[in-house]
Ligand binder design. Structure first.
Ligand code: FAD
Length: 451
């Protein structure tokens, strides 16, 4: 199977296994109709270097894929070399420095399983199968992110292959341009990251779930209250909400539910109880159809819950906006969006991010006090166009409150481009791309009209 000079398979368009391999690079079922000329299934750093050289020899641009969970799949491009890093999954933990070297396709859950043996934990994506590569490079909103920072803030060093096929180490002391760009530059990065060294933290002693589930009669009051308490919550409380209209038993339509959840990463009972006491102040708590108060939970339970909301095997789209507005302006817009959800498994998500962090030293720069995202799930290919249109229309309902910046991890750049990086940071990224990849070997963001 392997071509000369490669350990992993090299599949050219037309090869009997090409289409299966192409489809497997995308997590959602609706694989975009974009066709690389060659897929290199890299198994090691030497394969990555050889793939960059192959692209140079054939004058083809390069797309890179770690876990394939990005929503627009910018790695899949016509007439390109696709470097698929799926096989690169090693983890090397140094408990003393509380860091781990992770290969790009390590899944968040696997990293945390390995770290648990040392009493440690890292802020990975909430879904089981999100890989570290794209999660870290696009910014990353992981466990306890308000306290530990975004995923990319926890990257202390990277190993990469650049456009010239050289293997480099980048950190805050050497090859700083690469280090800066890899921390939040996402698909705009001009190289292949082959390893990340990430920080880990002692596992919080008390992982506690607080929350309410409401029906439609209470959700507007509950949201107003959520905006009242959001800034009072300590940074180690993840505060999110979601609207769903499916029956978990049958998978069919059910009355719409609004779930508000505060996941507490506490180190003491007192800390955990203080947050539960804030949850007690909800004025419509008696209308809740379900309540959790300071309930012990586990990371495993949380991964499983997140994965149930977005199961494999569905067709998906996603889009998001950031807003800095308050409840009075937001709440009236939400009902129409929620009422327009097109399939039972569709869900709308809200997250409190908190004040804009200090982003010095990294490309990550888009931000909003709160985040709204919509995710339609469907199974019939005949609905593809309708669903992809719905998600953008739904987000446009929030135009009056959107701040114009978007979250790169849940991007829909093709159909609803926003500023995923601030204007200054985007300009700096382009400057660095031109300097380090003058031939434009690495493909960039999948914006409208991109090659
Ligand atoms: C079900 C689901 C749940 C999710 N949950 C979360 C969540 O809780 N928090 C969150 O922040 N995000 C979440 N996401 C979004 C996810 O973090 C991003 O889509 C992220 O890009 C996925 O990483 P990946 O490696 O799987 O993706 P990929 O699609 O492989 O990577 C995305 C892009 O990043 C670039 N890239 C990736 N790896 C490399 C590399 N090694 N070198 C150079 N460039 C590279 C490429 O341009 C690539 O196209 C979720 C996505 C899904 C589908």
């Amino acid at each position: 199977m392997s071509s000369q000079g490669f350990v992993g398979a090299v599949l050219r368009q037309g090869h009997v296994e090409y289409e299966k391999a192409r489809h497997a690079t995308v997590w959602r079922e609706n694989t975009p109709l974009r066709f690389p000329s060659v897929i290199v299934k890299a198994e090691c750093v030497e394969d990555v270097i050889a793939a960059v050289k192959l692209a140079e020899a054939e004058d083809l641009p390069i797309g890179v894929r770690s876990g394939g969970h990005s929503w627009t799949s910018p790695h899949l491009r016509d007439k390109s070399v696709l470097i698929d890093l799926d096989a690169m999954r090693e983890i090397e933990i140094d408990p003393e420095s509380r860091t781990a070297w992770v290969r790009p396709s390590v899944k968040g859950r696997h990293l945390n399983d390995a770290l648990a043996e040392h009493g440690l934990m890292a802020p990975t994506g909430h879904h089981d199968t999100v890989a570290c590569g794209g999660f870290l490079m696009c910014g990353g909103f992981g466990w306890n992110f308000r306290h530990w920072g975004n995923g990319c803030r926890n990257v202390v060093e990277i190993e990469l292959v650049n456009a010239q096929g050289e293997l480099l180490i980048a950190n805050e002391h050497q090859n700083q341009d690469y280090f800066w760009a890899a921390r939040g530059g996402g698909a705009g990065f001009f190289g292949v990251v082959t390893r990340f060294r990430v920080k880990a933290y002692p596992r919080p002693k008390c992982l506690r779930a607080n929350g309410y589930v409401f029906h439609e009669d209470a959700f507007e009051d509950a949201m107003r209250w959520a905006y009242e308490i959001r800034a009072k919550l300590p940074t180690n409380c993840e505060f999110v909400g979601s609207w769903t209209s499916w029956d978990p038993e049958t998978g069919d339509w059910a009355p719409t539910r609004f779930a508000l959840s505060g996941l507490m990463f506490a180190d003491s009972e007192e800390e955990a109880e203080a947050v539960s006491a804030l949850f007690d102040t909800c004025p419509v708590r008696d209308k809740a159809v379900m309540r959790r108060r300071n309930e012990p939970t586990t990371l495993e339970e949380r991964y499983t819950g997140a994965t149930m909301a977005d199961p494999a095997g569905f067709r998906f789209a996603a889009d998001n906006v950031y807003t800095d507005k308050d409840a009075d302006e937001i709440v009236p817009l939400i009902r129409a969006m929620v009422e327009s959800m097109p399939t039972p498994r569709t869900h709308i998500f809200w997250q409190y991010n908190g004040p804009r962090p200090d982003f010095s030293g990294m490309a990550l720069s888009g931000w909003g006090d709160t985040f709204f995202a919509a995710y339609p799930l469907w199974q019939d290919p005949a609905q593809d166009a309708q669903m992809q249109k719905w998600v953008v229309d739904a987000m446009h309902m929030l135009d009056p409150i959107a701040n114009g910046e978007g979250q790169m991890n849940d991007e829909n750049m093709e159909a609803h481009p926003q500023n995923y990086l601030t204007v200054e940071i985007a300009a700096r990224l382009e400057e660095l791309r031109a300097r380090h990849d003058p031939k434009g070997r690495f493909l960039s963001f999948l914006t409208p009209g991109a090659r």
